[in-house]
Design a protein around this ligand. Structure first.
Ligand code: SF4
Ligand code: SF4
Ligand code: FES
Length: 328
């Protein structure tokens, strides 16, 4: 069997100014995982190769690394499945400071988890005589988020973190959903208010990388959607993100007379999103508006109404009826 080319990122701060790819050749044993192959390289070719691993069973979350550009658990990846044109490229996770070779500093990731209070806040006013039980239905609301193994794959590939390291990040938001929806927790509103701040749930851009890369059912993007639904349900809407959602509904659904008609009113949405009485917010978006006018990209002042607006309205009505029915 032909040997596969393993291009592995190497970096030693004492010697290198920046990471580089080192080539190793290995015949992939039948059924071997990528971690098996990396171990073989370390044990038979270069004992200095540095990376993290422990369980080899996709449980401990320590072997996440970038494989051909995207984060994966090395122990949950069949090596043969990731070979492209006879080669596989292995690099450290993204959005985290590099320590050595494939090992990164996970402090920013764990700090983000700490920020969402990853523990139950019980109602102290109640006299607990026994452990707090949950129904199966209540548990189902937190079951998916509970499967997170803290591997940081989602963090590695999150587009928002790449441009704003203050963002809470997908795993912390998934962890937060697990407590916001926990029937035994007493701090639901406080949690949602915290998560609604800048750098919280509304800063996610729905790129879906986290859900694609997550090796468990935690799938942060879906948890973030559940958090946003909780924010709207609890009417915690005094922030740009929630107002933006309301603006879309008002514009597309035409629920505010004269504002929209089946499509986005792009004059209304930015102002509604920052808040009509938020002078600083409005001043902050004026330069964008001016640039749009200069480049001829400004939308028409009077909103256009689409031909089949009646059908859009009917969809909104049906959705509202469904919501009322669902909440009974
Ligand atoms: S969906 Fe949101 S949280 Fe997930 S990776 Fe994209 S921007 Fe980050
Ligand atoms: S949410 Fe998924 S990808 Fe992110 S740390 Fe948890 S298990 Fe890993
Ligand atoms: S070694 Fe534990 S998850 Fe891969």
């Amino acid at each position: 069997m032909a040997k596969t080319k393993f291009l592995v990122s190497r970096y030693d701060a004492a010697r290198d100014t920046k990471p580089y790819l080192q080539e190793f050749r290995l015949e992939i044993p039948q059924g071997a995982t990528l971690l098996d192959c990396i171990n073989l390289i370390k044990w038979t070719q270069d004992g200095t190769l540095t990376y993290r691993m422990s369980c080899r069973s996709a449980i401990c979350g320590s072997c996440s690394m970038k494989v051909n550009g995207h984060a994966r658990l090395a122990c949950k990846t069949q090596a043969a499945d990731v070979v492209i044109d006879g080669a596989v490229t292995i690099e450290p996770m993204g959005n985290l400071p590099l320590i050595r070779d494939l090992a990164v500093d996970l402090e920013p990731f764990f700090d983000s988890i700490d920020r969402v209070k990853p523990y139950l806040v019980p109602d102290e006013s109640r006299q607990w005589k026994r452990e707090m039980l949950q129904s199966h239905d209540d548990y189902r609301k937190i079951e998916d988020a509970s499967t997170c193994i803290m591997c940081a794959s989602c963090w590695s590939d999150c587009n928002v973190l790449e441009v704003d390291p203050r963002f809470l990040g997908p795993a912390a938001l998934a962890k937060a959903q697990r407590f916001v929806h926990d029937s035994r927790d007493s701090d639901t509103i406080g949690r949602i208010e915290f998560l609604s701040r800048v750098t919280g749930m509304w800063d996610c851009t729905h790129c879906a990388e986290c859900a694609t890369r997550c090796p468990t059912d935690a799938k942060p993007l879906f948890r973030i959607k559940e958090l946003r639904t909780a924010a709207m349900t609890h009417k915690i809407t005094n922030n740009n993100g929630a107002r933006h959602v309301l603006a879309f509904r008002e514009s597309v659904g035409g629920t505010v007379p004269g504002i929209g008609g089946g499509m986005l009113n792009e004059n209304y949405i930015p102002v509604r999103s920052v808040g009509f009485f938020n002078l600083d917010g409005i001043l902050s978006i004026i330069p964008v508006g001016v640039r749009m006018i200069i480049r001829g990209k400004n939308p028409p002042i009077l909103p256009h109404i689409i031909d089949k607006f009646g059908e859009v309205r009917a969809m909104f009505r049906r959705f509202n009826d469904y919501r009322k029915e669902y909440r009974k």
